[in-house]
Design a protein around this ligand. Structure first.
Ligand code: RTP
Ligand code: MG
Length: 187
């Protein structure tokens, strides 16, 4: 595949309460994206301000903060070719009413303030910043899906560029802390 990307995705409190976690996870799995981290958690006021830092001065911020802290969320990291933009396309528009059928928000929501899912936007650095906000390095898992050779024409997957935290975790020599097990040699 071309360069693999990682993106941060979250089923918002309305999606959790409405029992949509499985449906949303299935859509990304079926598309061929790879789940590399997942966490059922609750966002507090400080995390809401950090996560939605670009919106803190917007008139809708107080409502947004109340909503996003109102119940548990399911936070995830998905990896794949062009993952950030592809997830945004699958989500639809910010307003479910403007989102075409076939998109997550277009199929599962009706109201701007209850739009079921968050996904990183395509601004450079957004996905990396949000991933580091919600996950420690050891919570992100490198592995290959067994169907990767059937998902991509070029089967040799390029790993995403390491984040600052991952570079720190690898140490000054740039080596991974843990090596993948080597396949036994065949005679
Ligand atoms: P998100 O960050 O939650 O994935 O949504 P988004 O990128 O599609 O939209 P964004 O512009 O980042 O807005 C964040 C959330 O704020 C609420 N919103 N309300 N009343 C309003 O004009 C308004 N605009 C945005 C939405 O719930 C949106 O998801
Ligand atoms: Mg946004």
């Amino acid at each position: 595949m071309a360069d693999a990307e990682r993106t941060f995705v979250m089923v918002k409190p309305d999606g959790v309460q409405r029992g949509l976690v499985g449906e949303i996870v299935s859509r990304f799995e079926d598309r061929g994206l790879k789940l590399v981290a997942g966490k059922f958690t609750r966002i507090d006021d400080d995390l809401a301000r950090e996560h939605y830092a670009e919106h803190v001065d917007e008139p809708f911020f107080d409502d947004l903060k109340s909503f996003i802290t109102s119940g548990p969320v399911f936070a995830m990291v998905w990896e794949g070719q062009d993952a950030v933009a592809q997830v945004r396309r699958m989500m639809g528009e910010t307003d479910p009413a403007e989102s075409p059928p076939g998109t997550i928000r277009g199929d599962l929501g009706l109201d701007l303030g209850r739009n079921v899912i968050h996904g990183s936007d395509t601004e450079p650095g957004s996905a990396e910043r949000e991933i580091e906000l919600f996950f420690d390095d050891e919570e992100l898992h490198d592995y290959e899906r067994t169907d990767e050779t059937w998902l991509y024409e070029e089967s040799s997957s390029s790993r995403p560029a390491p984040t600052a935290a991952r570079r720190r975790a690898r140490g000054a020599g740039g080596r991974r802390r843990r090596r993948r097990p080597q396949a036994p040699e065949t005679r």
